[in-house]
Design a protein around this ligand. Structure first.
Ligand SMILES: Cc1cc2nc3c(=O)[nH]c(=O)nc-3n(C[C@H](O)[C@H](O)[C@H](O)COP(=O)(O)OP(=O)(O)OC[C@H]3O[C@@H](n4cnc5c(N)ncnc54)[C@H](O)[C@@H]3O)c2cc1C
Length: 391
């Protein structure tokens, strides 16, 4: 069979069900692995490879925490994800997770989010401490706690090696028998339900019994009618500053931190000899994940420097040593989308990480595998239909 126009029979040659997963970021990679372990034949496809720098999962690090406010599914999901990240570190003998703790600072007049987090943390048995401002100042003298009223500390939280984890997941997926293809699924006609398979950028076709599209910020382009502007990629800037000599601003002495003030700022201590990370969670302008300019702005840098000097006084005037521009893929309510395509039972859309999806990868992948294989009914909270009532 010639390569050009060849049909990849990624489905039941014998009796095994085959699923194609498109996108090898945190959502697609883990979904592919969980499907494979349930006895399914899986082809994982990514246009630029697992954890590539354009993808939302392609940063160096992503925070894992369970503090999530009241009435949400994410504390439970984060607890399961933490269990799976830890299990896989042992199983694969690799370091994926740095448990340096997460400090959440309540610095806004309105602390409903933090207050509402406490019963949920207790319900899911997440180890945490409620700390007063003087106690925090005693533990972390590098931080100026001005304006911070109180805080939550999760000692088992921390950060994940993001890009590396995606690459490891794809690698282990292949070792366990999965097929990986570095090729893009061409847009066009997907809304009709993939009845004739997928056209790939290498000229071949991919045919499966079910399809999971986990294409992060690209989902709106692939499904212009079903998703369109419902997932909005936004430009987010991240800065890494050089620390003073010694370990006072490294993982040895500081946890990951989130600062809930007018603008939600967050960051993490220096690790692996790299910089001290500072980022602003405020949603930026709309961004094209394929062609967008990834140079940071002067205003963004100035804001990060001002913040750094205020909250971490010994880091005032610290030099910028690295920077990145990445994108969130925001839904209107910042909740994920995990649902069937309204016109095709066997086509799933999984995305809308909305700036907080990475940590959940292993738990979310497990859930998606259960839904795709009809082991569980999908959760209405992630359904596309919820947006039909929004104006
Ligand atoms: C700056 C920043 C900070 C963040 N911080 C955190 C954090 O601290 N904690 C946390 O939990 N989350 C965080 N997030 C969010 C998290 O990173 C994302 O929610 C998550 O990575 C989304 O994963 P995904 O698999 O849905 O998308 P992606 O990682 O974007 O993966 C989609 C993949 O699909 C591929 N693809 C797209 N189109 C096609 C096609 N047509 N054919 C084939 N392949 C295709 C892409 O190449 C890509 O690899 C942050 C995000 C950003 C940008």
């Amino acid at each position: 069979m010639s390569k050009q126009g060849s049909v990849i029979l990624a489905y039941c040659m014998v009796s095994k069900k085959h699923v194609a997963v498109i996108g090898a970021g945190a959502f697609g990679g883990w979904t592919a692995l969980h499907l494979l372990r349930r006895g399914v034949g899986v082809t994982l496809v990514d246009g630029w490879g697992a954890g590539n720098s354009r993808s939302s999962s392609g940063g160096e690090s992503r925070i894992i925490r369970a503090t999530y406010g009241p009435n949400q599914p994410y504390t439970k999901m984060a607890a399961r994800a933490m269990q799976l990240w830890t299990e896989h570190e042992k199983r694969w003998q690799v370091k994926l997770l740095q448990k340096v703790g997460v400090l959440w600072m309540a610095a806004s007049e309105d602390d409903e989010f933090e207050r509402g987090s406490l019963p949920v943390l207790r319900e899911h048995e997440i180890v945490h401490e409620e700390l007063s401002a003087p106690e925090m100042a005693r533990r972390w003298p590098q931080i100026n706690f001005e304006g911070v009223r109180w805080g939550i500390f999760e000692p088992n939280g921390g950060f994940l090696r993001a890009r590396f984890s995606c690459q490891i997941v794809a690698e282990r997926f292949m070792e366990e028998g999965g097929e990986f293809k570095e090729a893009a699924v061409l847009p066009g006609g997907l809304e009709e339900g993939c009845k004739h398979g997928l056209q790939l950028s290498n000229g071949s076709k991919l045919l499966a019994e079910a399809y999971v599209f986990a294409c992060g910020p690209w989902l709106g382009r692939l499904f212009p009618e079903t998703i369109g502007g419902m997932i909005r990629p936004t430009r987010q800037e991240i800065f890494f500053f050089g620390t003073p000599p010694g370990d006072s601003f490294s993982t040895a002495k500081l946890p990951v931190w989130g600062d809930h003030r007018e603008r939600f700022m967050y960051g993490m201590p220096a690790s692996d000899g790299r910089g001290f990370k500072v980022a602003d969670d405020t949603r930026g302008l709309e961004f094209d994940p394929s062609t967008g300019d990834r140079a940071v702005s002067a205003e963004g840098l100035q804001r990060a420097q001002e913040y750094l000097g205020f909250r971490f006084p010994a880091m005032k005037d610290a030099p910028l040593i690295e920077s990145r521009v990445c994108q969130y893929e925001d839904t209107p309510d910042e909740n994920f989308i995990i649902d069937r395509h309204p016109g095709a039972e066997n086509v799933w859309i999984v995305g809308g990480g909305s700036g907080h999806g990475f940590k959940h990868g292993p738990a979310l992948g497990e859930m998606v595998a259960e839904y795709v294989l009809n082991e569980k009914k999908s959760d209405i909270r992630f359904a596309l239909s919820r947006f039909h009532t929004l104006t």
